[in-house]
Ligand binder design. Structure first.
Ligand code: EPU
Length: 356
């Protein structure tokens, strides 16, 4: 007999989002195998959201859409002469995977230590930190398509990875979900010490030493969501044209900037917010983190709308100073599903209050 998929009605999600926002959904489904995926309700008729560990999600209302939280578990390692293939269920925790690999002598993910979230979420926004990104080790992503109710194996090329972007945010958006990821780690390994803060390490460092340094760096700047609710970088680092950059640099000589392969220039959103005077800014229960201005923090609000209002304020102040529009990286979810930041109303305007 077919086992029924686990699902719960009227489910509270406050402990399922790292911003610690109070919200609940009418139904949550926990598919853990193909047969269960095939039992999911028709997702073309009602809004839904696929939730990993909720560490890049902001619920903006007291009610959320239908939630699907994949529960695919397990890690298998296949050793070849020159590389390892590691296949991991979408529900496995990302940092635990990094630690598991290093314990087995499989190097590569050390720069991505301590990133909150699940393995299945990693390809969606192509997580990256300290000079390394998910795509660097991606071999294949297994993806369940809702319409055909079948699994597809997508190669790294198929996934169209870019900075905080992939096919899962573009043409495949809301058309299916990731069930498992396969990584390829070449045995020939060298530490990647290119990023500021790692460049003090010796080139003879082990992967564990690199990981420990990444953990130390992250812990000094990024608040632990278990202690202070947040979702990491709230905005993406903006990318501007050379012409725009020259205009900005003329006024702000020491602006950090990172030339991109296509000739455009990436700016540091954290620096822009910091220079706009907002680092450590607090309004009631929400604020801009003291140590890293790109992180918005929740000191105790139950309402996603408070964070939205803060984010709109930050965006406005940065536009006024630099003429650069910051775009959120965090995904915003109302009862109607995912919403564009521009479509959300500022219901508790912080800007008005603090300019008075
Ligand atoms: N900066 C400031 N003030 C601040 C924050 C940053 O002046 O308050 C300056 C720094 O001094 C540096 C530059 O801005 O010159 C960049 O800062 P940092 O190295 O801290 O990195 P980031 O660009 O702010 C990105 C990722 C992080 C990732 C780090 C390290 C994005 C949106 N964020 O942040 O990812 O950990 O690099 O690689 O790309 C996340 O996505 O949630 C995340 C934390």
């Amino acid at each position: 007999m077919l086992m029924a998929m686990q699902s719960i009605q009227n489910y509270a999600l406050q402990s399922n989002n790292s911003f610690n926002i109070k919200t609940s959904c009418s139904h949550i489904y926990f598919p853990s195998n193909l047969a269960e995926l095939q039992q999911l309700p028709d997702l073309t008729v009602e809004p839904f959201y696929i939730l990993g560990e909720g560490s890049n999600t902001l619920f903006v209302e007291e009610s959320a859409p239908i939630i699907i939280q994949p529960k695919f578990h397990g890690i298998t390692v296949e050793e070849q002469a020159e590389y390892y293939l590691v296949t991991v269920g979408a529900a496995e925790n990302w940092h635990e995977l990094v630690c598991f690999c290093l314990t087995k002598g499989i190097n590569g993910l050390e720069n991505l230590a301590l990133i909150p979230g699940s393995v299945g979420a990693a390809p969606v926004q192509n997580i990256g930190a300290y000079g390394v990104e998910f795509a660097d080790f991606c071999e294949e992503v297994q993806w369940f398509e809702f319409a055909s109710k079948t699994l597809h194996a997508l190669t790294k090329k198929d996934c169209d990875f870019a900075y905080r972007d992939s096919i899962f945010k573009q043409s495949h958006y809301n058309k299916g979900l990731i069930t498992q990821v396969t990584f390829k780690f070449p045995k020939a390994w060298q530490p990647n010490l290119s990023y500021a803060g790692l460049d003090t390490l010796s080139v003879a460092s082990t992967a564990t030493e690199v990981m420990n340094q990444v953990i130390a760096l992250r812990s000094s700047k990024l608040p632990d969501p278990k202690v202070l609710a947040n979702a990491g970088s709230f905005f993406k680092n903006p990318v501007v044209s050379v012409e725009e950059f020259i205009t900005i640099q003329a006024k702000f000589e020491n602006i950090p900037h990172y030339p991109q392969a296509n000739g455009e220039i990436k700016l540091a959103a954290g620096w822009l917010i910091d220079q706009a005077g907002l680092k450590g800014f607090r309004h009631d229960n929400v604020g801009v983190h003291q140590q890293q201005a790109l992180v918005l923090v929740n000191y105790g609000s139950d309402f996603g709308a408070d964070i939205i209002s803060l984010a709109k304020y930050v965006q406005r102040v940065v536009v006024e100073k630099f003429s650069v529009t910051l775009i959120p990286e965090v995904r915003m979810i109302s009862h109607l599903g995912e919403q564009a930041f521009t479509a959300l109303n500022d219901t508790h305007p912080i800007g008005k209050l603090s300019h008075d």
